[in-house]
Design a protein around this ligand. Structure first.
Ligand code: DOR
Ligand code: ZN
Length: 344
């Protein structure tokens, strides 16, 4: 098979940033995806509908005349009110609310200190059917960094589900067999996104021949057995699993630093990387469900009607993309070959 046509995909988890970085990266996402769920972890974070309106305008300006539709999220804090949730639901363009446990990742210091402080907001979300998107890691210093997701399931997610059994939850960028099993064993109100990097690499990739800052993300890459569980979930066609790149650009000097930022930029080639991975798994026939159907079905949105065409035509990813001020952006698989190419 040398050509593959699928319904136009969406990205259910992306960081588009702001300012110069937004203008540089948003066109890559708009080239491949009809819609994307845009993360709110700016500085300051997007905590109100008013801020989301302003941010959406900047995104639309950054993608020019592309028909790309940004789907916005609010950043949950200890103080998010039920009124703000009602406004978000009424707005029609805010599609979800993101939970960052305080201190879990990039720009999460304003995040939630204790999820029980958010009960009023969560009750409103459950009632209105507004999904909670979860960065699923505990932050306690004594918990091993590789165990943070598994511990989060036990300590936070299960009690949360017991208190709000009808709340729609997307377990974002899952990285473990524990998360796959958890999602498979819960009701249809629980879904999960899976990134290209967690499908392609295990934790050895961070240490291959030396320390590899461009393979550092959060949740951190895990053991091979966990990657295999993710491959199984993504290529199963199961409706609970869908595409979310977690493309998270940082400029080169912030990555290659004594305290490097977490995040992998994959928006330059995301659908092409997923296609390459699905082909390696002999599962190209399952790509469309994962990339184009399961996400909108979970969110209760229409599936896209346009078609994209991918061609088996290997190409080499640039070593870097230039940014202003002499900075650059190192993309996922820099200098390496990707087998599939998006042609229209
Ligand atoms: O690797 C990551 N980068 N994980 C996150 O959760 C946040 C993201 C970012 O914003 O840089
Ligand atoms: Zn993210």
């Amino acid at each position: 098979m040398n050509q593959l046509q699928i319904t136009c995909p969406d990205d259910w988890h992306v960081h588009l940033r702001d300012g110069e970085m937004l203008r540089q990266v948003a066109p890559y996402t708009a080239r491949q995806f009809a819609r994307a769920i845009v993360m709110p972890n700016l500085q300051p974070p997007v905590t109100t509908v008013r801020q989301a309106v302003e941010y959406v305008d900047r995104i639309v300006a950054a993608v020019g005349d592309s028909p790309f539709e940004p789907l916005m999220t609010l950043y949950l804090t200890d103080d998010t009110s039920a009124e703000e949730i009602i406004l978000a639901h009424k707005s029609c363009f805010v599609k979800a609310v993101k939970l960052y446990p305080a201190g879990a990742t990039t720009n999460s210091s304003a995040g939630v200190s204790d999820i029980r402080k958010c009960d009023a907001a969560l009750a409103a979300m459950q009632e209105l059917g507004l999904p909670l998107l979860v960065h699923g890691e505990v932050t306690a210093a004594e918990v091993d960094v590789f165990d943070r997701e598994a511990v989060f399931i036990q300590q936070v997610l299960m009690p949360l589900m017991n208190r709000f059994p009808k709340l729609k939850i997307v377990f974002e960028h899952i990285t473990t067999a524990d998360a796959v099993e958890f999602v498979l064993n819960t009701g249809l109100n629980i879904g999960a996104t899976i990134t290209p990097h967690h499908l392609l690499w295990n934790r050895n990739a961070m240490f291959k021949g030396g320390l590899r800052p461009h393979h550092y993300c959060l949740p951190v890459l895990k053991r091979e057995q966990h990657r295999q569980a993710l491959l199984y979930a993504a290529t199963s066609g199961h409706r609970k699993f869908f595409l979310g790149t977690d493309s998270a650009p940082h400029n080169r000097s912030s990555k290659e630093s004594g305290c490097g930022c977490a995040g992998i930029f994959s928006a330059h080639a995301a659908i092409e990387i997923y296609a390459t991975i699905f082909e390696q798994q002999n599962a190209l026939d399952k790509l469309e469900a994962f990339a184009s159907f399961n996400g909108p079905d979970f969110y209760g949105l229409n599936r896209n009607t346009d078609i994209i065409t991918l061609e088996k035509s290997p190409w080499v990813v640039p070593e870097s993309y230039p940014l202003a001020d002499g900075e650059s952006l190192i993309p996922m698989l820099a200098g390496e070959t990707i087998n599939w190419k998006l042609i229209k």
